[in-house]
Design a protein around this ligand. Structure first.
Ligand code: ADP
Ligand code: ZN
Length: 762
């Protein structure tokens, strides 16, 4: 019998502490149990991570309370947390914040219960008739229960029968309809009904892919292969490390090639085998459309689908989590954090749109959902499919190395053609001052309007004008807290910072020299909507971006209206770029393809290629072939040209050469350290100090850049400095970093963050 428990105290700095077990609980506690322990003068919630027979810590205290003996975390998830701390250079406690949702740790939100009434025995017509004469309301309630044939919530019963609680009470007293409290789930999709939608017959390409996926599922053991523990010294290699037992499958399938259908059928197979499945999708494509497709498919077999995303209330999140943990919901669909869903006996993990940057968490712990998925699949011994029309260079490289198995879908289903992509050289158009739409795009839109087909116009920039410049003194209206220009939002009559949210009334004259000739220039979606409205006065135009979609149901409503053809032209940001499927969209216009191309980021080309391909993929999904207009001032840049020819392999070959030459990922791991402070000199000084310390005894094969101001020099009132490291042995570097940082103290207001495998380089 163990005598001690090593626990991780919530909100602590992340060191584990030992406590003595009261004799009565020694037999019931397990790793993953939740307890309350004394910490100095108070008590705190904590998770048991290990049970011990002895401890060398003198004078250990007694655990004060068992909150939940039943482990809320499996040993495997605990191990995953430990691995993350080590790899991403953060404390275990910080890593556990991602693994265990806050609402579960706090243990404050409980299950919702409700009072239900049911019939004690069968009640005949005559009996109800007889009761009607004496007590008509009681009779009505009884009749309602008889009609329902199952327990009915008392709240519903009283409302439907116009009765009070005392009416129900009377039925209880008569022994006719006892009541009892029952636990219920808060269902975020309660108000919707899902029709049954059956399997589709897969085409030969789909069948070939499905055969490989089902082979992987069938060899999934559900039992993790033996491997060294994740504690220091024996850490498993990272996602790109050693050869996994069951190779991850990388599914490269063009947009509309029927990838989702394969996922759905693979999940069915997993369910038949009594296992569970997790499907990750990027937050922005977790649309009602996607959820609906899953719920309808599995409604037929009475399988419950749990949905996890950032817009759930705490109560909903609590209930979804428990539905998964108790095995009631065996299919989980969710954004990146769903990779920590407490599923037992996993058979399959799917990461849809695996190239998406939203899988990377941009706050501590800065994990990448796809990489964690690969690791979890290996620990679980289950199958994993990474799918995309534009695989990330990282994953495709792994496939080239043979670490992943590459599967391909080269055709759209039902022989639908890939859309025809035309590049518009905007250098020719710009002579007509302020032209946002090229002549040929205008003609194409008119053509679609005449044919009652739909158009999507894409621009990845919100607002009306993107800068305000005084033509007289040259003053540019910048955010007082950030080193970026303010964006003019015309509907709100305000200028807004897109970094920190700072707002002010739009100035009528230059704030510097008071000249009234201040010029609003640059184009955002609000201006596109305005101009399109004027160009096509008979068309119904709607805008879909974060500003237009602030109301809770706006997104769903607009998509619904678009689907049934009530909208002719949809203008939007990346919100409309992903995963949507509208058969009647035959034209897509990309207003400015250059926006993402000129960022100071080595992934700029990759992002542009991906974005163009994805946006173009929204088009021509019905019976009519689609057409895409890409407007650009650099029409010959390779990302644009390869996207135009649907040439992933061509793009890959040229891009991977560039990465190899400069030793960028996937050839190395990149670590970005950001040092920020409200005082510019303190930030700079701290960056230099850290640089000196790191440079001493750097692990071999590591390059360390000089400290430099970040491209986004100032943000939220903080001055920012960058230190960039590249290495071929990431875990070694992470440990070295952790060691150096532990010993250093920075001035009080200096904040240092470490981002391993960084994606956000501004
Ligand atoms: P992807 O995920 O690759 O973009 P989807 O799975 O969404 O592709 O498929 C695109 C469309 O084609 C969907 O409407 C889907 O229902 C349909 N589809 C998929 N597979 C088939 C098939 N074998 N036969 C007919 N229609 C299919
Ligand atoms: Zn700002």
């Amino acid at each position: 019998m163990p005598k001690y428990a090593r626990v991780l105290v919530d909100d602590s700095a992340g060191k584990a502490f030992d406590y003595e077990l009261p004799e009565a609980v020694a037999a019931v506690l397990q790793p993953g149990s939740r307890v309350r322990v004394p910490v100095r003068t108070r008590t705190a919630l904590a998770t048991v991570i290990e049970l011990l027979d002895e401890t060398d810590v003198p004078g250990v205290k007694l655990i004060s309370e068992v909150v939940s003996a039943e482990p809320i975390l499996s040993p495997l998830l605990l191990k995953l947390g430990a691995w993350m701390a080590d790899y991403y250079c953060c404390s275990i406690e910080q890593a556990m914040k991602a693994v265990l949702p806050n609402v579960i740790r706090k243990a404050e939100v409980g299950h919702q219960t409700r009072l239900f009434a049911r019939l004690a025995r069968e009640v005949g017509e005559e009996e109800i008739e007889a009761l009607k004469k004496k007590a008509p309301l009681q009779a009505a309630a009884l009749a309602f229960l008889a009609e329902a044939g199952k327990p009915v919530a008392v709240a519903e019963l009283t409302e439907k029968c116009d009765a009070t609680h005392s009416v129900i009470q009377a039925l209880v007293k008569k022994g006719l309809a006892p009541t009892e409290t029952t636990q219920i789930d808060r269902d975020p999709h309660q108000s919707e009904t899902f029709l049954h939608a059956g399997k589709l017959d897969m085409n030969p390409e789909q069948l070939a892919v499905f055969a490989r996926v089902s082979a992987a599922i069938e060899s999934s053991t559900g039992v993790p292969p033996a491997e060294p523990s994740a504690t220091a010294g024996g850490t498993p290699a990272g996602p790109t490390g050693r050869m996994p037992v069951l190779r991850p499958l990388l599914l490269h399938g063009v947009t509309g090639s029927g990838k989702t259908e394969i996922y759905l059928q693979a999940i069915s197979l997993v369910l038949e085998r009594g296992q569970t499945a997790i499907m990750l999708v990027p937050e922005i494509s977790l649309t009602p459309q996607t959820v609906e497709r899953f719920k309808t498919r599995f409604a037929a077999t009475q399988h419950e689908v749990a949905v996890l995303h950032s817009h759930l209330s705490e109560g909903e999140r609590h209930d979804e989590w428990h539905r998964i943990r108790t095995g009631r919901a065996r299919i989980v669909i969710g954004a990146r954090s769903a990779i920590f869903a407490p599923c037992a006996n996993l058979g399959l993990i799917v990461v849809d749109e695996e190239h998406e940057n939203t899988y990377k968490q941009e706050e501590t712990p800065r994990y990448h959902g796809r990489d964690i998925a690969v690791l979890r699949a290996r620990m679980e011994g289950c199958a994993i499919v990474l799918g995309s029309a534009t695989p990330s260079l990282e994953s495709f490289h792994n496939a080239q190395l043979g670490k992943y198995e590459l599967l391909r879908l080269t055709q759209r289903v039902d022989d639908k053609k890939m859309p025809f992509i035309r590049i518009m050289d905007m250098r020719m158009e710009s002579k007509k001052k302020g032209a946002i739409l090229s002549e040929r795009l205008i003609t194409a839109i008119n053509d679609r309007l005449a044919k009652k087909e739909q158009t999507i116009l894409f621009l990845n920039r919100r607002g009306f004008s993107t800068s305000l410049i005084c033509e007289k003194c040259g003053h540019v209206c910048e955010c007082p807290n950030c080193s970026v220009a303010l964006t003019f939002h015309r509907a709100a009559g305000r200028v807004v910072c897109h970094i920190c949210g700072h707002q002010a009334v739009a100035p009528g004259k230059c704030p510097e020299c008071r000249d009234p000739g201040i010029k609003y220039s640059g184009t955002g979606t609000e201006k596109v909507e305005d101009i399109v409205g004027k160009c096509f006065p008979t068309a119904v135009v709607k805008r879909m971006d974060a500003d237009a979609m602030t109301r809770k149901d706006a997104f769903r409503e607009t998509l619904g209206a678009f689907k049934v053809g009530k909208i002719d032209i949809l203008v939007g940001t990346q919100m409309i770029a992903k995963g949507l499927h509208f058969p009647n969209v035959t034209l897509v216009g990309i207003i400015n393809a250059d926006l993402s191309l000129h960022l100071p980021d080595f992934r700029a080309g990759e992002r542009t290629f991906q974005l163009l391909t994805q946006v173009a993929g929204r088009c021509g999904r019905g019976d009519v072939e689609g057409e895409v207009f890409v407007q650009s001032f650099t029409p010959f840049s390779p990302s644009i040209q390869f996207a135009r020819h649907h040439d992933f392999d061509g793009f890959w070959e040229q891009e991977i050469e560039f990465r190899r030459q400069w030793d960028y990922p996937p050839f190395s791991h990149l670590v970005l350290i950001v040092i920020r402070s409200q005082h510019q000199q303190r930030a700079e000084f701290s960056a230099q100090t850290l640089h000196r310390r790191l440079a001493d005894a750097l692990p071999p094969n590591t390059t360390l850049s000089e400290p430099a101001p970040a491209p986004l020099e100032k943000s939220h009132g903080n001055y920012r400095y960058h230190l960039m490291l590249r290495t071929h042995a990431i875990q070694r570097l992470s440990r070295h970093l952790a060691g150096v940082l532990e010993k250093l103290t920075f001035p009080e207001d200096v904040i240092v963050t470490v981002d391993v495998d960084a994606y956000q380089l501004l």
